[in-house]
Design a protein around this ligand. Structure first.
Ligand SMILES: Nc1ncnc2c1ncn2[C@@H]1O[C@H](COP(=O)(O)OP(=O)(O)OP(=O)(O)O)[C@@H](O)[C@H]1O
Ligand SMILES: [Mg+2]
Length: 272
């Protein structure tokens, strides 16, 4: 029997009330991710990628948005879950790397205490075991002085460092789904490569499925198995990665691919 899908999003609609008018931000979004698969989500700024991530994680609750549709994780419908069970699923079952990593951490506690607390909430590790595990994971993420990072407060670290810490947390918790919203955008080339390697390790060693949001089509080409192209809150094309790059069907996808090719030619003489 084939593996059941890890994530199924069906008919996801998100509306905002703007000046008394209902404005559709996501329109009937459908996504499917199988076990150990990586789905790339691409589209220009403002197309609805982060909203899609937020809806899956149920982080849009209380933001004045009307969210409808089904989000099914390993056969369990998440949209009707109460707050507490959903909080448990976030972290243990669904890991996330947020586009704005500052919001993922509490400003008043050190990274070490938040990392250790998160590990202990979702496992039976002792405090010292959790500390060791955290330090090893930070070192694997190329964070050169893990004990200093552990003692730091979020505002003392860069966005790229905080994103790598979120990946380190996921490496420890091994969720069945990781939502990675622009995980490499804030990073230099060396650290980008490191992050891509770790994401690939999560998938190959732990069969984690990944929803990978990136405006960098190079990152998508390197990691994704399938790609969904989003435009103005709608998925306009959905294809296997080679198919999408070799035979884009939608005019908008062709435009994104051409923009990338132009950017490469102008930005880097070695691609000329
Ligand atoms: N709470 C909200 N109320 C009203 N509009 C919102 C709200 N949150 C997001 N939006 C709008 O929804 C649209 C999609 O936003 P989203 O953050 O998902 O874009 P994105 O594709 O992630 O863009 P980027 O690539 O810049 O990160 C934007 O036009 C944004 O202004
Ligand atoms: Mg975004």
């Amino acid at each position: 029997m084939p593996d059941r899908n890890v994530l199924e999003v069906r008919g996801l609609h998100v509306c905002a009330n703007i000046n008394g008018e209902s404005v559709a931000l996501l329109k009937s979004v459908d996504l499917t991710i199988g076990r150990g698969r990586i789905l790339g989500l691409v589209g220009e700024s403002g197309s609805g990628k982060s909203l899609t991530c937020g809806a899956v994680l149920r982080l849009l609750d209380g933001r004045g948005l009307d969210v409808r549709g089904d989000v099914v994780l390993n056969g369990e419908e998440l949209t009707r879950l109460r707050k507490e069970p959903m909080r448990k699923i976030r972290g243990r079952e669904i890991g996330c790397i947020m586009q704005n990593p500052m919001t993922a951490f509490t400003p008043v506690h050190t990274i070490g205490s938040q990392f250790i607390e998160t590990l202990r909430t979702h496992s039976s590790l002792s405090k010292s075991e959790a500390r060791d595990r955290a330090q090893t994971a930070l070192a694997e993420m190329n964070l050169s002085d893990p004990s200093k990072v552990m003692k730091s407060y979020p505002h003392q670290l860069s966005g790229g460092m905080l994103q790598r810490i979120m990946i380190a947390i996921s490496m420890c918790l091994r969720p069945s789904l990781l939502i990675a919203d622009e995980p490499t955008t804030a990073l230099d080339a060396v650290n980008q490569l490191q992050v891509l390697r770790q994401l690939d390790r999560l998938r190959t060693e732990h069969a984690t499925s990944i929803l990978l949001v990136s405006h960098d089509l190079g990152v998508i080409a390197r990691l994704a198995d399938d790609v969904a192209v989003m435009r103005e809150g709608e998925i306009v094309e959905y294809a296997e990665v080679h198919e999408l790059f070799d035979h884009p069907q939608h005019e908008y996808t062709r435009m994104l691919l051409e923009a990338r090719f132009r950017g490469r030619k102008e930005g880097s003489p070695c691609f000329g």
